[in-house]
Design a protein around this ligand. Structure first.
Ligand code: ZN
Length: 254
């Protein structure tokens, strides 16, 4: 269930990134109060995605059939748009629907955005989503029923269809009586934006006392990126330099 949710979240991030045409980072963070403390997925301008799930402290691995609300037990979803230039924007919605798509739909309904509907599916191996958004210039369109009809047809989509059919085949099946225009697909891949500098700044937030304590106990500070598992090693000299300069010294070969 955690894998499936993470897949759905990745599909949602990928769809939203393309929809908002953002030159920057988009992330969706689900903060739960149940077994699952955190789900987070993020995209960057290079078409890369990364995601993480974290269980609550001492929580057992949840059952495969645990429901969305059982896993999360309430909480909230934060959607952050962080453009390379300009202001950061954050929207928040409560976790009070029984699916991720349901919560995100509530977010779109409460924020003054274009009417948007979202369908998500994932099976632990594959993730897929369908996003419908009403175009702003629709008043010029004589087909006044187009939006309602598109939503109604999309409502019939099954999880197996989302996961199993190629996008063209899926659109054909749902909208065979409509004129469908298909754009060039964009490829996505896993990518992590971690770096030694970023890990070092994160270490600094722990404070000097704690860093010295770990150093005294282990002789060095070894940590790992939670997203890509890259290992980062800081020896005594590195940590001293970090504390003095407030930034990461370059990596050295030891
Ligand atoms: Zn990483």
């Amino acid at each position: 269930m955690v894998n499936r949710l993470l897949g759905e979240l990745l599909a949602a991030v990928a769809l939203l990134t393309d929809t908002v045409k953002l030159d920057g980072t988009l992330s969706i963070e689900v903060r739960g109060k149940g077994t699952l403390a955190l789900l987070m997925a993020e995209s960057n301008p290079g078409g890369e995605l990364r995601a993480i799930a974290r269980l609550a402290e001492n929580a057992p691995m949840p059952a495969d059939d645990a429901s969305f609300l059982e896993l999360l037990g309430g909480g909230q979803i934060m959607i952050t748009l962080d453009p390379r230039e300009g202001h950061r924007y954050q929207g928040i919605v409560a976790l009070d629907h029984d699916s991720l798509a349901g919560c995100l739909a509530a977010y779109f309904a409460q924020s003054e955005q274009l009417p948007t509907r979202l369908w998500l599916a994932a099976d632990g191996q594959r993730a897929a989503g369908l996003l419908l958004q009403r175009m702003p210039d629709e008043s010029r369109n004589q087909d006044l029923d187009a939006w309602d009809r598109s939503v109604m047809l999309a409502e019939t989509v099954k999880e197996e269809e989302l996961l199993g059919l190629a996008p063209e085949a899926l659109l054909q099946r749902l909208y065979h009586e409509e004129t469908v225009r298909i754009f060039e697909p964009k490829s996505l891949r896993f990518g992590c934006t971690c770096s030694r500098e970023r890990i070092a700044s994160a270490l600094l937030t722990l404070g000097e006392a704690e860093l010295r304590e770990v150093l005294a106990e282990h002789g060095s500070i070894d940590t790992q990126c939670h997203f890509c598992h890259t290992a980062y090693h800081f020896d005594e000299v590195d940590v001293e330099a970090l504390l003095v300069e407030g930034k990461a010294p370059p990596a050295q070969l030891h």
